[in-house]
Write a protein that binds this ligand. Structure first.
Ligand code: GDP
Ligand code: MN
Length: 338
């Protein structure tokens, strides 16, 4: 028999043992959690869920943000359950609080009217600060500068399925910009003048519109009126560089200057959603069907049985919000196959 001859190793070849032990590819990404010190119990539950369903395996770090210093208890309890590095940051004053140029008489009148009309958070200034911060400032925080991708997590949310893939790498490898799990209608009373300002901005800057945008998801009449559909932004996986880019930044500054975050109660969900739908192309927006997700009072549960089983999902697919009359899944789906 001919003996097997092993050729001498070329020093330029990669040693196979090196490949076997190499870390799997990872995205430049982090979780972002805005929270109050009083949100600690609910935040621990959310982080416990994401660790058990995803992060014990995929190992992405965390950034926590707050307009005041996090308490020692908050930092201790979070650090105790996170399997990866955690950073705690304070938000710069001007990124959070109501600017001086807001007409306080007009803002007060706006809040009083919403309280009378029973609009949720209608009388709250801190809720408005939060919505404005999430709309136009979180991605400028110094702790986020080193990252390209983020996954937003809130207190008291639930992940109902094992996430057996890396959503950040999925976004990166498929040229995605914005990912969501739940889409629904906004309360019109919180944004009475928003769409008018959006239309004015588009007239000033038609060059920012993406060629193949998602206008037909948000409007039933080519942009004349807003149908109130938006992505529920308490869950988001997205590209920080998109918010940092010229189009979204110009759009946010234009909206901010109208004062509607305080005179009305513009939410970061419609502001992000309209921005993503107009300035990204529709194939850059991704529906993460596999991610079973709950934020009170709604749950997205994977519809396909294979997906539900593969994720060992605990949610009830029959109760998935996708089928709720208040869901905008039908508007989302109608633009997919055009
Ligand atoms: P909802 O989901 O619209 O009902 O509003 P939440 O109360 O869940 O607030 C949205 C997010 O902002 C959550 O992550 C909260 O922890 C956070 N948040 C809300 N208000 C404040 C605030 O005044 N300060 C801080 N630091 N975080 C806040
Ligand atoms: Mn919430």
């Amino acid at each position: 028999e001919t003996p097997i001859v092993v050729p001498p190793m070329d020093p330029n070849d990669t040693d196979i043992t090196e490949l076997l032990h190499a870390d799997p590819p990872k995205a430049n990404a982090t979780f972002v959690i805005l929270a109050r010190n009083s949100d600690i119990d609910g935040t621990v539950k959310s982080i416990r869920d994401i660790e058990d369903r995803f992060n014990h395996k995929y190992q992405y770090p965390y950034v926590f943000l707050n307009e005041v210093e996090f308490s020692e208890e908050f930092k201790r309890r979070i650090s105790n359950i996170a399997s990866t590095p955690v950073e705690f940051g304070v938000i710069p004053h001007d990124h959070w609080f109501q600017p001086d140029w807001i007409d306080e008489t007009k803002a007060t009148a706006g809040r009083e009217k919403m309280v009378k009309d029973n609009i949720i958070y209608g009388g709250s200034v801190s809720y408005r600060n939060m919505c404005r911060f999430n709309s136009g400032f979180f991605y400028r925080h110094e702790l986020l500068q080193k990252y390209r991708w983020y996954w937003r997590i809130e207190p008291d949310i639930h992940f109902h399925c094992n996430i057996n893939f890396d959503p950040f790498l999925y976004m990166e490898n498929n040229n995605k910009t914005y990912g969501f799990t739940i889409t629904m209608y906004e309360f019109e009373a919180t944004i009475p003048t928003l769409w008018g300002h959006v239309k004015d901005f588009i007239k000033l800057h038609p060059e920012y519109l993406a060629k193949d945008n998602s206008m037909d998801y948000m409007s039933d009449n080519n942009g004349e009126t807003y149908n109130l559909c938006h992505f529920w932004s308490n869950f988001e996986i997205a590209d920080l560089n998109f918010w940092r880019g010229e189009a979204y930044q110009a759009y946010f500054n234009y909206l901010d200057a109208q004062g509607g975050f305080y005179y009305e109660r513009w939410g970061d969900a419609p502001v992000h959603s309209i921005g993503a739908a107009l300035f990204a192309s529709k194939d850059q927006i991704h529906f993460f069907d596999e991610i079973g997700y709950e934020h009170n009072p709604y749950t997205h549960c994977p519809r396909k049985q294979e997906t539900w089983e593969a994720g060992q999902c605990g949610c009830n697919p029959a109760q998935s919000f996708d089928y709720n009359g208040y869901s905008c899944m039908k508007q989302w789906e109608r633009i997919q196959y055009k």
